[in-house]
Design a protein around this ligand. Sequence first.
Ligand code: ADP
Ligand code: ZN
Ligand code: ZN
Length: 701
Amino acid sequence: MLFTVSVLVQLPAHSPLAGPLSYSCTQPLEPGTLVRVPLGRRETLGVVWDVPAPHGDATLRPVASVLEGIAPLNAAWRQLVAFAADYYQRALGEVALAALPPQLRELDAAQWQRKLSRKSRKAEAAVPAEAPMPAPTTEQAQALAQMRSADGPFLLFGSTGSGKTEVYLRAVQDALAADPQAQALVMVPEINLTPQLEDRFVARFAPLFGRAALVSMHSGMTPAQRLAAWLAAHTGSARIVLGTRMAVFASMPGLRLVVVDEEHDPSYKQQEGARYSARDLAVYRGRLEGRHSGQACRVLLGSATPSLESWHHSRPADEGGKYLRLAMPSRVGAGRLPAVRLVDMGLQPRNTQLAPQLLAAIGERIARGEQAMLLLNRRGYAPVLACGSCDWKSACPHCSAYRVFHKIDRSLRCHHCGFAERVPRACPECGDVDLAPVGRGTERLEEHLSQLFDGIQRPGAEGEDRRVRVLRIDADSTRHKGALEEQLAQVHAGAVDVLVGTQMIAKGHDFRRITLVAAVNPDGALFSSDFRAPERLFSLLMQAAGRAGRDAAHGGASEMWVQTAHPQHALFAALRRHDYPAFAAGQLAERLQAAMPPFSFQALVRADARTQQAAHAFLTQASAAAADLPGADQVVLYPAVPTAVQRVANVERAQLLVESASRRALQQFLAAWQAVLHATRRAEGIEGVLRWAIDVDPLMV
Ligand code: ADP
Ligand code: ZN
Ligand code: ZN
C-alpha cells in the first residue's frame, strides 16, 4: 500500500515552495517523524508534517529512509514551529529544520544507527557531592508560594543579588519532583558569560538526578555535543536543559517549566534568518505545552530591569495584566545596593577621561584591598584616528563608518565588516605624520589607568609585587577559547585591582570584592534615535551597579559612579534611587503618548542592495502596492530610510517601519504583503536588490 506524506525540508531562502513537499511512502508515517527525502539531486533531512493520506501517488518520489529509533517530534513542538514561522513571517521548513541540531541534517540512516548505538554505551559522568541548599529568604519563599498557587506566566522582578537564581533552582526542583518525566528548560542570554549559573545548577541537581540529567545547548558546542544534548532532551533522559535562545526550540516531551533569566536581554532576539524572540516564544510555548499535556507548563521570566514589554504585561490583572509579578526588592544578607554618585562632566576640563574625585575614590578602594570596575562600552583604543593637518579620518572604505584604532596590534579595524589594516605611518592624504586618536575605548582607558597608578603601591606583604593590576575584559581580550574564564577567575581570585571592560563585565557575574563600579561615558544612549536606547542604558547601569557590594564583608559602602554631562536627566534620577518602577513608568508614559511599543506593534522590512536608491525604490514600490491588502487600513507604513550604518561591506541598507495598534492587523497585513514584496523584487525597474527580510517586533529600529 502506498501513502502520500507531506514533509518539511529546508529550502533555499525565498523559494516559491514555502510549504511541505509531497512524497510517497509505503508506511503511514506519524507526523513529526524524521525522514530523509530526495530533493533535487541530493538527499536531505525532513520532518513529516501532516497525517499521511492513504491514497498514494506513484508519480511522487519516495521517502528515502526513516531515522529509526527516534520518537516523532510531538504536537506541541510542531505547533511551536508553525506559530514561529507564521508570526515571524518565515518559511515553515526553514524554522523547523533550523530548530534541529545541524548534525542531524548531515547523518544518513547508517551513520545515524551507529550514532545511536554509541550513545547507549556512554558511561555516566561523575557526580559531584551534594551542595548545601540555603533556606529560602522570606521574599524567595513568597515568590515560590505564588508560583505554586497559579499557572503564570510569572515575572520575577528581583533586585540584583536578591537571589533570583535560588528561586529558579527551587522552581526547577518543584517541577521535577512533581513528576519523574518532568523536564525544565532554563534559558540564559549568553552561557559563557554566566559559567557560575551552570555550576550552580550542576551542583544542585547532579547529586539528585545524575550529571547526565543536565545538558547545555548553545552555539559554542561542537555539532556532536549539540546532537547528543538534543537527543538527551528529546528522549527525556535530560531533565534540565540550560541554554541560550536556540534552546527555546528544544524538543522536550515532558516540559513543565521554562525559566528565562535576564529576560530583558537583547540577545534573546535572533538577528538573522527567522528573527524570533526566544523570550516571547517561551511564553507562547508554555501555553501550548499546557494545552497539549493537560498539565501546567509554567513560564518564569526574571530580571532586575525587565523589558518594558514584560513589565507592562505584569501590571495588575484588573488593569489588563497577563503576567503575575513576583517582587523581591531586597538583597540577600547584609549586602546593600551601592550609593550612586553622579559626576557632572560639564564642570570638568574638556577631554577629561576620569574625574579627579572618581580617581581618588578608586585609589581609596585599592588602598583597602578592594576592587573597582570601570565600564566603557566601546572597545579598541579610539573610535577614530584623524590627521592633525588635513581632514583625513580612518573611514572604512567599505562601510559608512570609521575604523577603530587598536593600539595593541597597531591596526585600524572596522567593527562592521572586519576590514583591518596596519596603522599608516603618515596621513594617506597629506603625508603628515601627526595622526591622533579621537575619543576613547577600553584599551585607552586601560592605558590611562596603568599610567595613573604607575608607582603607586597596593597593600600587600613585604617582597610581594605590589604594583596596581589593571585588567581589561572585552571582545578583543577574550577572543581565544577559555580566555574569558581565565580572566574572570583572576578577578574572583583578587589578582586584579581595577577591571576595565565593555558590557560583557556588567552582566550576571557574582563578583565578591568589587565595591566601586563606574560608568565612564554613558551619555551616547541618552539621545539616540533608537527609542529603546534609554531602556538598554538603564538596565546596563543597574546591572553594573549590581556587581558592586555583593559581599557584606566588603559591601558596607559600595558605590556606583556615573560620569555624565546630563546629571539632571530623569534616567539618572531613577538610577540614584535604584528605582526601576519609576524609570519604567516614565518611559511607558512617553511610549503611550507616542503610541510606541508596547502600545503599538511594529515590524521592519530591511532591504540590502547595491545602491541606496535601489533599496529605496524596492521598499517604496512595495509600500505603494500595499494599500488594498487585508489589514492595511489599520497599519501605518513609514517612508523608507537608510539604516543607522547605511553601508556595510559595500552593501547599502535601508529599512521601512510598519506599525499598527493591532497585532492581529499587523500579522494579517504582513502575511499578505509577503507576496507583494516577492513580486516587487522581480518587478521591472527594480534592480540590484540583494536581499530583503521582515523583522517582526524589531529590537533595534
Ligand atoms: P541574583 O541572581 O538575584 O542577582 P543570586 O541568585 O546570584 O542573585 O544571589 C546572590 C547571592 O545570594 C548568591 O551568592 C547566592 O548564593 C546567595 N543566596 C541566594 N539565596 C540565598 C539564601 N536563601 N540564603 C543564603 N544565601 C542566598
Ligand atoms: Zn592629512
Ligand atoms: Zn567596514
